[in-house]
Design a protein around this ligand. Structure first.
Ligand SMILES: *[C@@H]1O[C@H](CO)[C@@H](O)[C@H](O)[C@H]1NC(C)=O
Ligand SMILES: *[C@@H]1O[C@H](CO)[C@@H](O)[C@H](O)[C@H]1NC(C)=O
Ligand SMILES: *[C@@H]1O[C@H](CO)[C@@H](O)[C@H](O)[C@H]1NC(C)=O
Ligand SMILES: *[C@@H]1O[C@H](CO)[C@@H](O)[C@H](O)[C@H]1NC(C)=O
Ligand SMILES: *[C@@H]1O[C@H](CO)[C@@H](O)[C@H](O)[C@H]1NC(C)=O
Ligand SMILES: *[C@@H]1O[C@H](CO)[C@@H](O)[C@H](O)[C@H]1NC(C)=O
Ligand SMILES: *[C@@H]1O[C@H](CO)[C@@H](O)[C@H](O)[C@H]1NC(C)=O
Ligand SMILES: *[C@@H]1O[C@H](CO)[C@@H](O)[C@H](O)[C@H]1NC(C)=O
Ligand SMILES: *[C@@H]1O[C@H](CO)[C@@H](O)[C@H](O)[C@H]1NC(C)=O
Ligand SMILES: *[C@@H]1O[C@H](CO)[C@@H](O)[C@H](O)[C@H]1NC(C)=O
Ligand SMILES: *[C@@H]1O[C@H](CO)[C@@H](O)[C@H](O)[C@H]1NC(C)=O
Ligand SMILES: *[C@@H]1O[C@H](CO)[C@@H](O)[C@H](O)[C@H]1NC(C)=O
Length: 416
């Protein structure tokens, strides 16, 4: 209970601070002239160790992030220009640049995070400040142009990932403003609204979400520290998200199915709370938190969080509700619902589940325990029973009518 409150408080804190993930502007100056300017939104996916388990958190780059003037520099003959943005207690994102006279590029990407920050990394078993570096990320542009990539692009840094979106940046600048000429990344060139391109650059293109229909059923599980499965789930998932579409220039209602073969599961199991995190190709992350009430021996789905960063979105979408009461069942049993169920999360996001079976607690021998079925399934099972009973009744009536009729005609025959 304490743990689930901890992570709920974390989620609420981040969303309260952020609302949604916004682009932040950074400038590195030398005297009065700007040498690096960057506008970007970023979100980090970081996995860390707790005692006996691992956990993954999504950390957005907050609005309060600011350039660290001490570490940032415009570069000298022997060092490269470096933009370092710091946020929270000792977290930082760094971009270092290099150029060869005609092109400039992000030479390396640095992510630093402080595991002592319990509001972001609850129950971390270490208090280290971790620094991860990745080189040659493939962000490059022609000198004297602005690199532009509105589409999300994800880069691995060590075991973590960073997803940038709404990105406009320039290094080795001439003036104090971004050059009007842009080098547009490939992901943006694919989008129909992209303005004319002036130079070609490459980044990892963001995969398009799968179109709707009935979603395929996926099988997901979470393992605890010693490798035994502690949470089991089988379900088809369909996201119903309303967001502002870049290509249609209006708010749309989008149905997106989770593709099980592109989705990975992680999470954690604690005594009174269990979390399942489903990630589809770095662009969609759904967190399910189940809470156990040891007094009543019941569990339920208490929180759902969605982070989505789809190509057609103007900004990454995030939604969270931590006071839900769905999929209620008894400890030691699984919850099953074959019928389609709609889990309302927030006004802009609901989740449709199909052929669902979950068990977040007391999993033994990597198998589902006997299931408690949802009301809809029970109602559907009632229909054949009612029809069967009605048919049996009809047969009985016919039989009685026949017997009576036979008796009457028998009697009639005797009187003649
Ligand atoms: C910066 O600008 C101010 C006024 O605009 C000027 O007085 C100052 O000399 C400039 N400094 C440098 C290093 O150019
Ligand atoms: C977690 O612990 C393992 C084993 O000590 C270690 O190899 C790994 O680097 C740790 N992971 C993180 C994210 O600190
Ligand atoms: C943290 O936990 C990991 C496994 O989850 C373990 O390998 C590592 O030694 C632990 N580190 C500390 C400092 O306790
Ligand atoms: C990354 O760039 C910074 C700044 O230029 C530099 O100090 C650091 O050594 C680089 N790291 C790697 C691994 O290249
Ligand atoms: C890491 O976080 C802790 C707790 O928030 C803080 O006391 C410490 O100074 C931070 N470390 C760094 C290097 O900022
Ligand atoms: C700079 O690098 C690009 C890509 O590696 C290459 O095509 C170009 O010729 C280089 N320019 C110079 C002046 O070396
Ligand atoms: C960038 O612009 C400056 C000033 O106009 C010019 O001297 C330089 O040659 C340009 N660089 C490239 C690669 O076009
Ligand atoms: C694995 O760990 C869980 C608790 O974390 C424990 O209940 C279970 O018995 C352990 N299983 C094995 C095979 O050690
Ligand atoms: C999606 O959500 C909207 C608004 O809540 C609702 O009107 C619509 O029926 C939902 N569509 C599906 C297929 O669930
Ligand atoms: C988007 O729609 C608004 C109003 O509906 C309009 O003013 C604007 O020009 C449109 N933008 C594009 C790029 O079509
Ligand atoms: C995932 O499954 C879909 C439909 O079953 C298929 O079209 C697609 O090629 C698969 N993708 C991968 C990467 O296996
Ligand atoms: C647990 O269940 C009991 C009995 O139904 C109820 O009184 C109590 O409020 C519940 N506790 C929590 C934290 O929900």
């Amino acid at each position: 209970m304490k743990l689930s409150h901890g992570s709920a408080a974390l989620i609420i804190a981040w969303f309260a601070v952020l609302g949604s993930i916004q682009a932040v502007t950074f400038e590195v100056k030398e005297g009065n002239s700007t040498c690096i300017k960057a506008e970007l939104a970023a979100s980090f996916s970081i996995t860390y160790n707790t005692s006996g388990s691992t956990r993954t958190v999504q950390v957005p780059l907050p609005d309060s992030a600011a350039v660290d003037a001490g570490s940032s520099s415009c570069g000298t003959d022997s060092s490269s220009p470096w933009l370092v943005a710091v946020f929270g207690p000792g977290h930082a994102l760094g971009l270092s640049f290099s150029n060869n006279g005609s092109l400039y590029s992000v030479a390396n990407l640095t992510l630093q995070y402080n595991l002592s920050d319990a509001s972001v990394f609850p129950d971390a078993n270490s208090s280290d400040v971790v620094t991860l570096v990745s080189s040659s990320v493939g962000i490059w542009a022609t000198i004297n142009t602005t690199y532009r990539c509105v589409s999300p692009s994800t880069f691995g840094i060590g075991g973590a990932t960073v997803t940038f979106s709404d990105m406009r940046l320039e290094a080795y600048m001439l003036g104090n403003d971004l050059s009007p000429t842009e080098s547009v990344c490939t992901a943006d060139q694919a989008s129909t609204t992209a303005p004319p391109t002036t130079a070609r650059t490459t980044t990892t293109p963001a995969p398009a979400p799968t179109p709707a229909g009935t979603p395929e059923r996926g099988t997901y599980s979470v393992k605890n520290g010693n490798g035994t499965e502690c949470l089991l789930a089988q379900m088809g998932l369909q996201l119903n998200v309303s967001y502002f579409s870049l290509s249609q220039n209006k708010t749309i209602q989008d149905l997106v199915n989770l593709a099980p073969n592109l989705t990975s599961a992680s999470g954690s199991c604690e005594a009174s709370s269990a979390t399942l995190v489903l990630t589809q190709e770095q662009t969609t992350t759904i967190n399910f938190t189940f809470t156990l009430n040891s007094t009543s021996n019941k569990y339920h789905l208490s929180a759902i969080t969605l982070l989505a960063n789809w190509p057609d979105m103007t900004a990454p979408f995030s939604a969270s509700n931590t006071s839900l009461d769905y999929l209620r069942s008894t400890v030691g049993r699984s919850y099953m619902c074959n019928a389609e169920q709609t889990l309302f999360v927030v006004a802009a996001f609901s989740l449709n589940t199909f052929r669902l079976q979950v068990q977040p607690f007391d999993v033994t021998t990597n198998q589902f325990a006997s299931a408690e079925e949802c009301q809809m399934d029970q109602d559907q099972m009632l229909i054949p029973i009612i029809v069967g009973a009605a048919l049996a009744g009809l047969v009985l009536i016919v039989l009685i009518a026949y017997l009576i009729g036979r008796k009457r005609s028998h009697a009639g025959y005797q009187t003649i």
